[in-house]
Design a protein around this ligand. Structure first.
Ligand code: AMP
Length: 160
């Protein structure tokens, strides 16, 4: 049964840490800092990135201060990513894009320590070639070792 909205709002409004007090994206939530807001519900807010990869680049954030994806409570994952899916569809439609790029930086390359999903409209000829970083094949035996350690790690995971 879906979680009641009031409980979701309560979870969303709880400050996760004191960091939230000085956080730029918390200040966008509280309207202390201006942003071009395009969507808001009880748990989340979406606004235009000020330095977009392409026009229409959106950031979707939880209203409460959760620094990374790992910190997002299980109860918020469904509603939050339902909104990410809706916005990815909408940005593609409204910006007349052929697809979208949806990404989260966690700690590394994360310049604002408040969870945010980048939702970026893409066209095949937009100049971004695949991913932004060089990729390489596995070395001999490396793929098997990684498969075994990740596989057994996930089987034993407390998050499953
Ligand atoms: P990341 O580097 O993944 O942490 O992404 C942070 C994003 O926040 C960058 O793409 C910035 O352009 C964007 N950003 C920073 N400050 C603001 C702001 N005041 N309003 C909107 N977007 C912002």
């Amino acid at each position: 049964m879906p979680m009641r909205k009031s409980r979701l709002r309560k979870e969303s409004e709880e400050k996760h840490t004191d960091e939230g007090e000085s956080c730029l994206f918390c200040k966008i939530v509280s309207r202390e800092v201006d942003a071009k807001i395009i969507f808001e519900d009880e748990i989340s807010l979406a606004f235009l990135d000020v330095r977009p990869l392409f026009p229409g680049h959106i950031l979707l954030i939880p209203k409460a201060h959760y620094p990374t994806l790992s910190d997002l409570p299980a109860a918020l994952i469904g509603p939050f990513f339902t909104n990410a899916q809706m916005l990815a569809r909408k940005v593609q439609e409204v910006m007349k894009a052929e697809g979208s790029f949806v990404a989260i930086n966690n700690i590394v390359s994360q310049s604002v320590p408040h969870l945010h999903v980048h939702i970026v409209p893409r066209k095949r000829s937009d100049g971004l070639r695949g991913f932004f970083w060089p990729r390489r094949p596995y070395q001999e035996g490396e793929m098997l070792a990684v498969h075994e350690s990740l596989g057994s790690g996930i089987t034993a995971s407390k998050y499953r």
